[in-house]
Design a protein around this ligand. Structure first.
Ligand code: ATP
Ligand code: MG
Length: 301
């Protein structure tokens, strides 16, 4: 399958401060819906903005639908439907005005599709943006992005301000639109349980680099949870299987381990199946552990 979004040794440093992202190698296959997950400040928005040419790479190279967004920002923008992390509507314009405006600014924008989505979301077309709640404004932003009919959708935390029902409705609309058009979507989110059903790929960013990049099916098949401490998990599965340890919601220790790809017949599997959220949390814990170890080693040197 061809890669629609690519990053090769991509790095971004803001002024003389530390690197926001460094050494990022990623490929997002065409037709996929990819979840981009990572803690605050891990570089999700920076990477998304760089793919549209809104941030310059300090090093490395990106590709957006076959074009280099640094050399050809217009080409990148044309290929992408983008929803920024904070809603960007014009306060005094009605939703109907926004749809007309998008139609004049953007070739291929489907005004009746946009109006249809807005109506399905029960948002009045005659309302001014300033009269809508934060979540409703976010939904309008999503409707406008879907109606660009762009082959690539980059959605920066599109679910953050939506209530649980609105999240479901939005994901349903997005999956339907992406599948119907054969488009590719990448959406950043903190709430993995929300997007688990909708996404087929998972990318986890740690502090500035990729911790995980694989299909959701692989993520689930290749990991297990040992209900116990890191020491207990290592005693059972060996050092190489260990990924990261973290507490369950009620505080009891859990450890994420790698599952062998092939297990000899009759060998019992370690622990229990992991949820996607546990896979993500285990790798985030491992990323944090490595950062602490690196800082300790640096301080000792
Ligand atoms: N315009 C900017 N100038 C300076 N530093 C910036 C700028 N934008 C982002 N950064 C820094 O780059 C790093 C990554 O920020 P980014 O917004 O990409 O993270 P994020 O993963 O989207 O976080 P969040 O989950 O909070 O949205 C952070 O350390 C941030 O402080
Ligand atoms: Mg962000």
């Amino acid at each position: 399958m061809t890669a629609v979004l690519e990053a090769h040794g991509f790095g971004k440093r803001y002024r003389r401060r530390t690197w926001a992202l460094r050494g990022v190698d990623l490929t997002v296959p065409g037709g996929s819906i990819t979840a981009l997950v990572g803690p605050n400040g891990s570089g999700k928005s920076t990477l998304i903005r760089a793919w549209i040419g809104f941030e310059r790479a300090t090093e490395g190279r990106l590709s957006t639908g076959g074009v280099d967004p640094q050399r050809n920002r217009k080409g990148a923008v044309e290929r992408v439907g983008y929803v920024p992390q904070s809603p960007s509507l014009y306060r005094d314009l009605t939703i109907a005005d926004h749809i007309v405006l998008a139609g004049t600014l953007r070739a291929g924008f489907d005004q009746s599709m946009a109006a249809g989505y807005v109506e399905r979301l029960s948002i009045p077309l005659r309302a001014r943006a300033s009269e809508l709640s934060g979540g409703e404004q976010a939904q309008v932003g999503l409707a406008l992005a879907l109606a660009t009919r762009a082959p690539i959708l980059l959605l920066d935390e599109p679910l953050a301000s939506l209530d649980p029902l609105a999240r479901r409705e939005f994901l349903h609309l997005m999956v339907e639109a992406v599948r119907a058009a054969g488009a590719t979507a990448l959406l950043s989110s903190h709430v993995i349980t929300d997007i688990e059903q909708a996404c087929d790929r998972l990318v986890v960013l740690g502090k500035g680099h990729t911790l995980l990049d694989l299909s959701v099916a692989e993520a689930l098949a290749h990991h297990r949870i040992v209900e116990g401490t890191a020491e207990e998990a290592v005693a059972q599965g060996g050092r190489d299987a260990f990924v990261g340890a973290f507490p369950a919601p009620a505080g009891e220790p859990l450890t994420l381990v790698r599952a062998p790809v092939v297990t000899p017949a009759g060998t019992p599997q370690l622990g229990r199946a992991a949820t996607l959220e546990e896979v993500v949390i285990g790798h985030l814990a491992a990323g944090r552990r490595r950062a602490i170890d690196a800082a300790t080693a640096e301080a000792a040197a």
